[in-house]
Design a protein around this ligand. Structure first.
Ligand code: GDP
Ligand code: MG
Length: 357
């Protein structure tokens, strides 16, 4: 393997250091200094959770559950509430087991969100993940408004080893989508990732543009599964929530990519989004490198946040389910890296025996 680099879980845990001192340290101090479980105790917990960007809904639900448990189990010691609270936070964030069905393809994934949140970067990383799993991936450069957007996406496509469909600068994004959808169909791509422009200044235009793309996809490739992922910048806290609400008002969002979770003090947002928006966080980004994006595992997130050891790491969990059509098998003791390598070899073999498209 290449030079030693920290695993994803370790990077996530390190990245959450500021969030930890914001939320967990505060909670711990309430647990240790409170003398009894009373209204003050709950109010202090509430204040820390709200300040830590967990959101009003999630905070209410978590604390309501805690109150019920305390009553039911006749708990008297504030410190005994800590494990219950952690369990209640976990419960807030369960992900539907079908959330990733679209990855099997054929599917078309629109990646949307305001400028600078990490759309292009996340597309590059996702393309690489899918490609390594033996999927045929295409990228559509439908952000035609900035000249640099093309070059940036091109670099990511090359890094990931996948093809990109683009139009001229200033071209109608919908025409790029049209070309890309037809290319995806003709080449039997499993997943088409569509990069979009992030302008939110004009809600009417945005709505019209997304609707147009939607119509084209539905007309050209109705069989493809559809996924609309919104990218939210984890450092922006409550702002991220309002962006998601704006976009949810103009299109059907199926998932969230939460980026920049390395070094944010507002990581509590990962707990808030699900209960505030009813949209699942599907991927989480912890850096600018290719390997810095993964599926969102609530348990791993809570472990990383509370610095709990001894669980399966997110890296491992990412690929416990192998694509059915490969011969790759998970042997006892295989690391995630072993399996990824096995899959990459498999994919290479497939490519040399079959002709795509
Ligand atoms: N630290 C960190 N930076 C990120 C992450 N994701 C994206 N970025 C950076 O955020 C900036 C904007 O990303 P970009 O993909 O161009 O955003 P876009 O405008 O939405 O396409 C770039 O400098 C990225 O390297 C992340 O998870 N962590
Ligand atoms: Mg971009």
């Amino acid at each position: 393997m290449a030079e030693e680099k920290k695993g994803f879980f370790a990077r996530l845990r390190d990245g959450l250091a500021k969030t930890r001192s914001n939320i967990v340290d505060g909670l711990n101090s309430v647990f240790s200094r409170s003398e009894r479980i009373d209204d003050d105790f709950y109010e202090e917990l509430e204040e820390i959770m709200i300040m830590g960007d967990l959101g009003v809904n999630a905070t209410d639900e978590i604390l309501e559950k805690l109150r019920a448990q305390v009553k039911e189990q006749r708990i008297k010691e504030p410190s005994a509430c800590r494990d219950l609270l952690i369990a209640d936070i976990r419960e807030q964030m369960t992900v539907d087991p079908h959330a990733y069905d679209f990855e099997e393809g054929p599917s078309i994934v629109l990646v949307i969100g305001v400028n600078g949140v990490g759309k292009t970067t996340s597309i590059g990383k996702l393309a690489s993940i899918y490609h390594q799993r033996g999927k045929k991936v295409l990228i559509a450069a439908a952000d035609t408004f900035r000249a640099a957007a093309y070059d940036q996406l091109k670099i990511w496509a090359e890094r990931a080893g996948v093809d990109m469909i683009a139009g001229n600068e200033g071209a109608d994004p919908a025409s790029v989508v049209y070309d890309a959808v037809n290319a995806a169909k003709a080449r039997h791509a499993d997943i088409l990732l569509v990069d979009t422009a992030g302008r939110l200044q004009n809600k009417k235009n945005l709505m019209a543009e997304l609707a147009k793309m939607d119509r084209i996809i539905t007309r050209e490739y109705p069989e493809a599964a559809r996924e609309n992922l919104i990218v939210l910048d984890g450092t922006t806290g409550q702002n991220a929530l309002s962006q998601a609400r704006e976009f949810a008002g103009v299109t059907r969002l199926t998932g969230i990519i939460l980026t920049k979770m390395d070094g944010t003090a507002k990581g509590g947002i990962a707990i808030a989004v699900q209960s505030e928006l009813k949209i699942p966080v599907k991927y989480i980004g912890v850096g600018e490198q290719l390997e810095d994006l993964q599926r969102f595992h609530p348990d791993a997130f809570v472990d990383a946040l509370f610095d709990i050891e001894g669980r399966e790491t997110a890296d491992e969990a990412q690929i416990t389910s192998l694509p059915e059509n490969t011969g790759a098998e998970r042997a006892e003791g295989d690391t995630a890296a072993d399996i990824l390598e096995q899959l990459a070899n498999e994919a290479d073999e497939h490519r040399s025996t079959f002709h795509w498209g």
